[in-house]
Design a protein around this ligand. Structure first.
Ligand code: BG6
Length: 516
């Protein structure tokens, strides 16, 4: 549905009661990139429309391409209109918002650029009341992160302008490193210039409403947590499936692959939220401590056993949504002999008291049959079959599924008696749908996360130790795959549910992937 500027989302009313962030200037490095246009500026627009931005607020886009403030504002307001499908009545509001956008064109690998940026920021403090608070957002390719961070430090921009009175924070987009060594090196550079409490490592999955709702579901209800363990749970499945291919990101994806792009961050974050122990408070340190403990308890997969626990695949030509789509190897900027994985399925174990021997099956891929992300908790079968004969074959284990996207919601599958004189049993579902219960779309992940960062709340951001632990886990797998080359790289048709080997992975344990 097209939205108008006047439509204030009731779901956000509650949030609006929260603190309004301090006045600040947000600097976006990589302002001509896709992320800025598609996600960051639209998120800021929504925040502005919901009056959740401080009165003294300005955005400074930084990139090499020469552009005036007016050109940048125009491009961004066109982008907002395009990506948010707004009605023409909203145009004036969008243009009003875009007036607060500024632009600094320069080569950001030179010290001069940062002097220019500093002058702009000082000017905004005077003219737009941004009060000396700064939020730097690194939305560039990751290879630029060290350069920008070092220059910010050298220009004196990393420390608060007036210590004790103002704040300076930095958001780093994913991927945070491309291996354990590079993540550590980057971390070392970042934390030699910024204090850890200034650093916000973003993972937009943590900002998704359903992902946060997982915590509410587990810890604001008395009935689920007692069952949330190995005594009652047979296994957990996490699926993050996309219909999209690599689009125009072939060059990036060739360097990254699915493991780095999705598993090391988004999927492991989901897993740690499902598996973590209850934190003592909903404060950043407590929540992040518990998540890190899960990462520490994840059983490492030894290089020589990778093929027992992990399947990797790459899509070949196929049909998605009735449209023929090309093979990964023929996508733009992809090598015709590429061994990059576009799909992966895993079996993980968490070696702790709560989860011993409970498999966590995980799968994620591009060009799959459907865009759907779901966590499903599959409970153990009943211990004794009471309804032998006619009814027993209808008995299926209970499944609790948490739908992250689309159709955000939660459903519980249980058995019911089919009406009639005979005893026949069928699975039925109890369902909660966000859209129906609250009647409005939740805020986007970037809105939540940008707002949290402006408020200084790091609960939904990654901490260095968790990033490190996730790389410790995936590094040996990546190394093994590199050695193996094309050996063990399965193919799957675009538009399917992935390679057959992924079915074998779970079926050899007597279980099945959920049909989604
Ligand atoms: C990004 C990945 O982090 O997440 C993309 O780089 C992926 O490859 C995207 O498509 C998925 O995010 P969402 O929010 O659309 O599920």
């Amino acid at each position: 549905m097209a939205e108008t500027a006047e439509m204030v989302n009731p779901l956000r009313e509650g949030i609006r009661l929260r603190r309004t962030p301090d006045p600040c200037a947000m600097v976006i490095f990589g302002a001509s990139g896709d992320l800025t246009e598609r996600k960051l500026i639209p998120a800021l627009f929504y925040l502005s429309r919901e009056r959740m931005l401080p009165p003294g607020f300005a955005v400074v886009g930084c990139a090499r391409t020469p552009k005036t403030d007016e050109q940048f504002s125009k491009e961004m307001s066109d982008g907002v209109k395009k990506f948010l499908h707004l009605t023409p009545e909203s145009d004036a509001f969008v243009e009003g918002f875009a007036k607060g956008l500024h632009y600094v064109a320069d080569d950001f690998s030179t010290p001069e650029a940062y002097q220019k940026l500093k002058e702009t920021l000082d000017h905004l403090d005077q003219e737009h009341g941004t009060a000396g608070n700064r939020l730097f957002y690194l939305a560039t390719p990751p290879s630029f992160f060290p350069v920008i961070v070092k220059h910010l430090g050298a220009a004196g921009l990393a420390k608060p302008k007036e210590p004790g009175k103002t704040w300076t924070r930095i958001i780093l987009e994913k991927p945070f490193g491309r291996s354990l060594a590079s993540a550590r090196e980057l971390n070392q550079i970042v934390t030699s210039i910024f204090d850890e409490d200034q650093v916000y490592r973003i993972d937009h999955y943590l900002g998704k409403e359903t992902v946060q709702n997982l915590l509410v579901f587990r810890y604001a209800n008395g009935i689920f947590e007692p069952f949330w363990n190995r005594r009652y749970i047979d296994h957990v499945q996490i699926t993050v499936a996309e219909e999209l291919g690599v689009e125009n990101r072939g060059a990036y994806y060739e360097e990254s692959g699915l493991l780095r792009d999705m598993i090391q961050n988004h999927v492991l974050q989901l897993l740690s939220l499902v598996a973590m122990e209850p934190p003592a408070t909903f404060q950043a340190t407590a929540v992040r401590d518990e998540k890190a403990k899960v990462m520490r308890a994840l059983r490492p997969i030894a290089p020589e056993r990778v093929s027992e626990f992990v399947v990797r695949g790459q899509y070949v030509e196929g049909f998605v949504g009735g449209k023929k789509v090309p093979a990964y190897r023929t996508e733009p900027k992809v090598s015709p002999t590429s061994n990059t994985e576009t799909y992966a399925a895993f079996k993980f174990f968490i070696d702790n008291w709560r989860w011993a021997d409970v498999p966590f099956y995980i799968r994620s891929g591009k060009r799959l049959a459907k865009r759907v992300s779901e966590i499903s908790i599959q409970f153990r079968r009943v211990p004794h079959l009471l309804f032998k004969g006619a009814g027993a074959e209808g008995i299926e284990p209970n499944i609790l599924s948490i739908r992250i996207q689309p159709n955000e919601g939660i459903s519980l599958k249980f058995c019911a008696k089919l009406p009639g004189t005979t005893m026949q049993i069928r699975p039925v579902e109890m369902e909660f749908l966000y859209g129906e219960s609250f009647g409005a779309a939740p805020p986007t992940a970037y809105e939540t996360l940008l707002h949290d960062c402006m408020l200084g709340d790091a609960t939904l951001f990654n901490r260095a130790d968790a990033v490190d632990l996730s790389w410790e886990l995936v590094d040996p797998i990546l190394e093994r795959w590199k050695e193996d080359g094309s050996t063990g790289l399965s193919q799957y048709a675009a538009g399917s549910w992935g390679p057959k080997e992924a079915d074998d992975l779970i079926e050899s344990d007597g279980r099945q992937w959920r049909r989604l």
